[in-house]
Design a protein around this ligand. Structure first.
Ligand SMILES: Nc1ncnc2c1ncn2[C@@H]1O[C@H](COP(=O)(O)OP(=O)(O)OP(=O)(O)O)[C@@H](O)[C@H]1O
Ligand SMILES: [Mg+2]
Length: 219
């Protein structure tokens, strides 16, 4: 199953969501995470360096915390600029065949990489925050998804309360990930926040929210 995390708006929590969702799914299932953002946020969040080499898509992976992590590399820029959507979709589907779940982190745009990840997806997760411009972006994404006949779960990030979004394709689920400094601390250390929380906090709270998200997405 391909789970694509997408929102063309920057900084809403795509990378945070994909990293922690993949970490959570990997506890019980054969899970991979592919970083399709040339900026390599998910790669860094798993404590690895962005690859300077030019690999084909899916050409390199490393197993960390039970997640088969496909790091960002220079080749992604080539796909973004010159790649075609059809072959990118088929490569992503091919990679997914080796896993129960393939989580895809996407860049903050609707270019070749993001659109391919959107088309290849069995499930789509769209992180949103309670800001007007983010909701505007979700509305634009909704039109794109409608034209592709796809649906997305909107999960609220950086808020105590879930934002209610009820568009044609993008509909919110009742999960709100609150603001927490654990996220930036964990990224600095190169570990998923949920992993960090398990060791650092006596009464973990974020972990159960991602468990709930994982359950809703895969069912
Ligand atoms: N719930 C949260 N509480 C506090 N900080 C958060 C939370 N979620 C994300 N962040 C922080 O906000 C910043 C942006 O998050 P993230 O990188 O996941 O967003 P993104 O949508 O992937 O951004 P981009 O579009 O640039 O790829 C990061 O520094 C991250 O650590
Ligand atoms: Mg990101």
């Amino acid at each position: 199953m391909i789970i694509t995390v997408i929102n063309q708006k920057g900084g809403v929590g795509k990378t945070t969501t994909s990293v922690n969702l993949a970490y959570t799914l990997a506890k019980t299932k054969n899970t991979a995470l592919i970083d399709l953002d040339p900026e390599g946020g998910a790669t860094v969040s798993f404590g690895i360096k962005r690859e300077k080499k030019d690999y084909p898509l899916g050409g390199k992976s490393v197993n960390i915390f039970n997640v088969e992590m496909f790091p960002a590399h220079i080749g992604l820029l080539k796909v973004e600029l010159n790649g075609d959507i059809e072959s990118t979709v088929s490569t992503l589907r091919k990679i997914a065949e080796s896993f129960d779940y393939l989580v895809i982190d996407t860049p903050p745009n609707l270019g070749t990489l993001s659109v391919s990840a959107m088309m290849a997806a069995d499930k789509i997760v769209t992180p949103i925050t309670p800001q007007p411009l983010v909701l505007e972006a979700a509305k634009n994404l909704d039109s794109r998804l409608v034209s592709l006949n796809k649906k997305a779960f909107a999960v609220t990030n950086m808020s105590k309360k879930a934002v209610n979004v009820d568009y044609s394709a993008v509909k919110s689920i009742d999960i709100a990930i609150p603001q927490s400094k654990l996220f930036s601390e964990a990224t600095r250390l190169g570990v998923p926040a949920i992993r960090y929380e398990e060791f650092r906090v006596k009464k973990p709270k974020l972990g159960s929210l991602y468990e709930k998200l994982a359950k809703m997405v895969i069912e």
